[in-house]
Design a binder for this molecule. Structure first.
Ligand code: HGY
Ligand code: MN
Ligand code: MN
Length: 414
């Protein structure tokens, strides 16, 4: 094995202590003190690996290893170190730390590459704090807008811009984080699968064929508050009744699509009294499919049913689109490089599989080729304190990333 799997594991466990909760999970939201400590720890690892480290105007931490040809476009790799609430210690962190491990191993072996390689820890991939994710990768792609930073707010009504300023960044400078596509050759990310395909195949590593696109909607239904005891059932304008009928219909409808998934992750009722018919209900919908046409068809049927069920309960409906990310296919060339790297790592015939989860790479879909390597997740569990991948599988994934980066960084651009 070319990489040092023990060092990688130690760093994974160390980073997993930052933001650790009593639940055993990890909570590290963007522009918070926990995230700052995690970034500083990652910066120290990057320096140990001999990388030149900088933080861009969007808070992305970037470690660069020069290539023989200083003008050659860079090969990018990395992932995120922010988490969902009570998340696991592998989601995102594995991709950042394995990339650092790969470059440190190259350095220790005195291996040069033609192209420079950059490891990036992206700001706020999850969207946990502001309901708007992939902030750092959007900034790198040049698609992050000032209005995005003002529009999305956290639970304390602080905007992304406010939080950036409080953390010492200048939101007016986010444009400076954009990368010129001519300066980038490829992007490849190692990530846990967060599903159970690899476990079913009894394989440690897989090659990602494409990334399903998340659509996040926020629905607000407004009816009439009333007395729970004195208001007959047929005289109510109950938004929670409309919402529950709608949600059940959404789950059944999504089940008719082969690759679609629909999740209501957040719900709130106001004023929130046991004996009060709610006046207002708000809930979020996370809708995904690897096929954009299927997701669009499902979305329009959901809107149609929603309008009907709200009208039947005389409830008003307002909708906000929080984020709409198109599904992203992976580059066949990078997939081939990963397959060759698997053979070098002693893993024959790794399966190609789609990613149901979203990832930073999808922000680059129309700018430079992207690829992803998956590592087996125990019982397919993620976004949970029970998220787990073995030391051996993490090492295997990092070994495949090492060989993939060497291939991509050494091939002369055609
Ligand atoms: O939501 C996702 O798919 C990713 O974990 N941000
Ligand atoms: Mn995640
Ligand atoms: Mn992730």
């Amino acid at each position: 094995m070319e990489i040092n799997a023990v060092r990688l594991w130690q760093r994974l466990m160390e980073l997993g202590e930052i933001g650790k909760q009593d639940s055993g999970g990890v909570t590290r939201f963007s522009f918070t003190e926990e995230e700052r400590r995690a970034k500083d720890r990652v910066i120290s690892y990057m320096k140990e690996a001999g990388l030149t480290v900088r933080e861009d105007s969007a808070g992305n931490v970037i470690g660069r290893r020069e290539g023989a040809d200083p003008l050659a476009p860079a090969v990018l790799t990395g992932s995120h170190i922010d988490t969902v609430p009570h998340g696991g210690k592998f989601d995102g962190a594995l991709g950042v730390l394995a990339a650092i491990e790969a470059l440190q191993s190259m350095e220790e072996k005195g291996i040069a590459t033609d192209h420079p390689i950059e490891v990036i820890a992206f700001t706020d991939e999850e969207g946990s704090r502001f309901g708007f994710g992939m902030i750092g990768s959007r900034a790198l792609a040049g698609t992050l807008r000032q209005e995005d930073l003002e529009r999305h707010k956290d639970e304390r009504h602080l905007s992304i811009a406010d939080a950036m300023r409080a953390a010492g960044y200048d939101p007016d400078r986010i444009g400076q984080a954009a990368k010129d596509p001519r300066q980038v050759k490829a992007y490849v990310e190692l990530h846990i699968e967060q599903g159970s395909v690899l476990e079913r195949h009894r394989l440690p590593v897989g090659v990602v064929s494409g990334i399903a696109g998340p659509l996040w909607l926020q629905f607000t239904l407004t009816g009439q508050a009333g007395h729970a005891g004195a208001t007959p059932m047929n005289m109510r304008r109950d938004p929670l009744r409309a919402a529950s009928e709608w949600m059940n219909w959404i789950y059944r409808e999504a089940g008719k699509y082969p690759n679609a998934v629909a999740t209501v992750g957040k719900i709130g009722a106001a004023p929130g009294g046991v004996n009060v018919i709610p006046e207002q209900v708000e809930f979020t919908l996370d809708l995904r499919d690897i096929d954009e046409a299927a997701r669009n068809a499902l979305e329009s049927s959901i809107w149609e049913y929603g309008n009907r069920v709200c009208a039947s309960h005389q409830v008003e409906l307002a909708v906000r689109t929080l984020q709409r990310v198109a599904p992203a296919p992976c580059s066949p060339e990078i997939m081939a490089a990963i397959e060759a790297a698997c053979r070098k790592a002693g893993i024959e015939q790794p399966p190609a599989l789609p990613s149901g989860a979203g990832h930073d790479g999808m922000q680059f879909r129309s700018r430079w080729p992207i690829g992803m390597i998956f590592v087996r997740s125990r019982e397919g569990i993620s976004h949970s304190p029970k998220e787990w991948s073995s030391q051996e599988d993490c090492g295997a994934g990092a070994e495949v990333l090492y060989h993939t980066l060497l291939q991509l960084a050494n091939e002369r651009k055609k």
